[in-house]
Design a binder for this molecule. Structure first.
Ligand SMILES: [Zn+2]
Length: 303
């Protein structure tokens, strides 16, 4: 049968941006993944949840269109949209239910990565922050995750693919086995000022739900088929990203169906550490670019 020819291996990255996503989305995703016998990489944000500020900062026409297109209040919930807007955001890593959810992902055997201390702060300010500030933010999240799981996070992924040469340099001071800070296809070793860094980059390749939905006739009925088609056309070892706030809450049934379909098509999902080759030959740089469906500039693999 044609569908069994695929044998594609795809890295499954799960971004957890908010308190709601951690408490509600992570346990749901853990049970879906367990039922489908899949291990993934979870990237946790553990500092203040100020994600509501994203809405107000980004009140620009393109963002408003995106909010209407994706029905954001339904997608994220009003509590996320307003979080940190009128009152200081709660510290995710100090919330008992959030701690339990992070431990659950760890104990289920998923790879645990660092996403952010303050997701919103990083996304909004990364180009302005001094090297010391970037290091401090990473260090705070690193320590908090270590305290929660009893183990150091083995990798990291920049919030919203917002990264610069300076963030790559600061991250290289941690002993991460791999980082996923940019968009593009193909794993590479990044260079900054012609110097090779030690931590490889595993770029995110496929578009995310909020980037696609409502564009080119893509809706909840045909979204799974669309992603499967993109995966079957891709090379092996590409990365697919989901969000605890989306696939773990409002789209969890759709995601469960997606995994049933991909299994029949011989597509397997793995934690990012398991798609990392032992010998990475390619070196490349990251550059800042605009991409469809996303606000502002984001880091992309050059060339
Ligand atoms: Zn994120």
């Amino acid at each position: 049968m044609e569908q069994n020819k695929n044998n594609l291996k795809v890295g499954l990255r799960i971004d957890v941006d908010t308190l709601r996503g951690t408490i509600k989305g992570v346990p749901t995703l853990c049970s879906i993944l367990k039922r489908n016998n899949i291990k993934a990489t979870f990237y946790f944000s553990v500092g203040p949840d100020n994600m509501g500020r994203n809405l107000w900062r980004l009140l620009k026409p393109t963002f408003l269109i995106k909010m209407l297109r994706s029905n954001a209040s339904n997608l994220y919930g009003w509590d996320i949209i307003f979080k940190g807007t009128f009152w200081p955001g709660p510290i995710i890593g100090k919330n008992k239910k959030a701690i339990a959810a992070i431990k659950l992902a760890y104990e289920d055997g998923h790879e645990i990565g660092l996403h952010a201390w303050d997701h919103h702060g990083w996304q909004a300010n990364i180009e302005k922050w001094k090297p010391e500030r970037i290091y401090r933010e990473l260090q705070k999240a690193y320590s908090m995750l270590k305290k929660i799981t009893g183990s150091t996070p083995s990798c990291s992924a920049a919030p919203g693919w917002r990264s610069t040469d300076e963030t790559l340099l600061q991250k290289d001071k941690f002993n991460f086995k791999h980082n996923s800070d940019c968009r593009g296809e193909g794993i590479f070793v990044p260079t900054v000022n012609d110097e090779k860094l030690k931590t490889p980059q595993i770029p995110q390749y496929f578009p995310t739900y909020d980037e696609l939905i409502g564009t080119n006739g893509i809706n909840d009925e045909n979204y799974n088929e669309h992603i499967i088609e993109l995966i079957t056309k891709s090379k092996s070892n590409s990365v697919f990203t989901i969000h605890a706030e989306v696939e773990g809450i409002v789209c969890s049934k759709m995601f469960d169906k997606f995994l049933n379909k991909t299994e029949k098509q011989n597509i397997s999902f793995l934690p990012l550490k398991d798609i990392l080759p032992t010998n990475i030959i390619e070196t490349n740089k990251i550059i800042l670019k605009e991409i469809p469906g996303r606000e502002g500039t984001i880091a992309c693999k050059s060339g």
